[in-house]
Write a protein that binds this ligand. Structure first.
Ligand SMILES: Nc1nc2c(ncn2[C@@H]2O[C@H](COP(=O)(O)OP(=O)(O)OP(=O)(O)O)[C@@H](O)[C@H]2O)c(=O)[nH]1
Ligand SMILES: [Mg+2]
Length: 435
């Protein structure tokens, strides 16, 4: 699900996070690439246009260009905008305070209505409801039987009748009241394309039972076209939400990303397989993270913004550029990191790291040891590590309750870090930059 777009965006994000600086031009370039990726994923072009414009506006307005982690900052903006695009907060199923709640499933032929009826019944029963499954598809010969068998297999009460669709719906409500079912899920007939007869029948069913939810069931594989069809259904019968089925296939996901933004119809669920259990609640924030394929980078950025002292970070950046990074700075950095909470939690929030880290524990003691060693150095030693000879090493080890080996290790690590920083700053120094 969303693999294609996730791959594309991943490439764009890699480029962004690798940069220590983002210019307006970089942001616009990223915007262009995002636009391409979304269009290829079948997202409606108007939706894409607004989406990218909004990101560029926010990115440039929020001074991503001056931020210490510009790439991450931009990704966070993209994520937030994507959440908006997908509807903001989760839109729950409307449950009536006077039962039964009536849900009508509508959509084109083969979109997955009947399968979804079973999925929803199961899902809602798990939430403590007592659903009744109703077959009101009077057109396809085997349709009623299909739902009946499905209902039996998941042991959900079933109702149908030899009558027109609106009468079946009415009969179902009576049946539900009598047997205290608090939910009625009505499966309706599909058509190859929108036609008048179907729309009139659906409108009649809706009127007959004053439905609380009229859900448009769309096959995610139909891409852009789903938007046109949904729009027509919405115009003719009024929809309260949508469900995208077959998201387990190689659907590009564009429809999912356009429905809310283009028509104002919230997506409530997604179907992810043929079995009755294969349904997921649609949560804009979770789906957005999934589309962006970036774990919890967003909460990481939020957390970092809370605790990292920007002025401090800027000073550090200058030092890095001037190659005067010392143990003093190192210690200051350690303190900032510690403010963000246990290292373990932080690492797990990083994209791509979370999974690999399962079961691995971070050596918090190691951090404490490093801190103790630096604390045992004199100010001069911290700023000029090269003076730390054998006897100083022994003194520092004794003072910090560690060993000479530990001190040696840290000095070595620090030296190679300095070397790296030097190379890095030489690489990233713009031409003509005074050093
Ligand atoms: N892979 C996958 N297949 C699905 C999903 N939902 C439904 N299907 C399959 O899609 C086909 C059509 O599903 P139905 O539920 O019969 O569709 P319908 O909308 O009721 O079709 P009509 O009654 O003919 O209008 C069936 O083979 C289902 O197993 C899904 O989320 N994933
Ligand atoms: Mg059906």
């Amino acid at each position: 699900m969303f693999e294609q777009i996730t791959d594309k965006l991943d490439g764009i994000f890699k480029k962004l996070t690798g940069r220590g600086y983002l210019s307006e031009k970089n942001i616009q370039e990223a915007g262009r690439e995002i636009r391409m990726a979304l269009l290829e994923a079948d997202v409606n072009y108007k939706v894409v246009k607004n989406f990218v414009a909004e990101i560029e506006k926010k990115a440039i307005g929020q001074e991503v260009t001056k931020s210490i982690t510009p790439g991450q900052q931009l990704i966070k903006i993209i994520h937030d905008e994507m959440v908006n695009l997908l509807g903001g907060t989760r839109s729950d199923m409307a449950i009536s305070s006077t039962p039964p709640t009536v849900i009508i499933l509508a959509g084109l032929q083969g979109s997955g209505k009947t399968t979804l009826a079973g999925k929803l019944a199961l899902y809602l029963r798990k939430k403590g409801h007592h659903p009744l499954l109703v077959a009101a598809d009077i057109h396809r010969p085997a349709a009623k039987k299909q739902l009946q068998l499905l209902a039996e297999s998941i042991q959900i009460p079933f109702y149908t009748a030899e009558a027109g669709a609106p009468d079946i719906a009415r009969g179902a409500i009576a049946q539900a009241r009598e047997n205290l079912f608090d939910l009625v899920i009505i499966d309706t007939a599909g058509r190859l394309q929108i036609d008048d007869a179907l729309m009139i029948e659906l409108a009649d069913v809706k009127k007959a039972v004053s439905a609380h939810e009229t859900l448009f069931v769309a096959d995610a594989m139909t891409g852009q076209e789903a938007l046109n069809v949904a729009s027509e259904f919405h115009r003719r019968i009024g929809l309260t939400g949508a469900v995208l089925t077959k998201m387990d296939g190689d659907a590009r996901g564009g429809a999912a990303m356009s429905l809310k933004a283009a028509l104002g119809i919230p997506i409530k669920f997604i179907g992810t397989g043929e079995k009755p259990a294969d349904v997921e609640e649609f949560h804009p924030a979770r789906i957005s993270s999934r589309i962006l394929g970036m774990g919890d980078i967003v909460s990481f950025v939020e957390k970092a913004q809370e605790v990292i002292d920007l002025a401090e970070a800027e000073k550090l950046e200058k030092k890095l550029l001037k190659e005067t990074f010392t143990f003093e700075d190192f210690l200051a950095q350690l303190k900032q990191i510690k403010k963000m909470g246990p290292l373990q939690n932080l690492l797990e929030m990083l994209p791509g790291v979370g999974k690999q880290l399962k079961g691995v524990t971070v050596d918090e003691n190691g951090m404490a040891r490093v801190e103790a060693i630096i604390n045992s150095m004199t100010r001069q030693e911290r700023t000029h590590p090269s003076i730390i000879d054998g006897s100083r090493r022994r003194r520092i080890a004794a003072g910090s309750g560690t060993s000479v080996q530990h001190v040696n290790m840290l000095l070595k690590q620090f030296a190679s870090m300095q070397k790296m920083i030097k190379q890095f700053s030489r690489l990233s120094l713009p031409k003509g930059f005074p050093s």
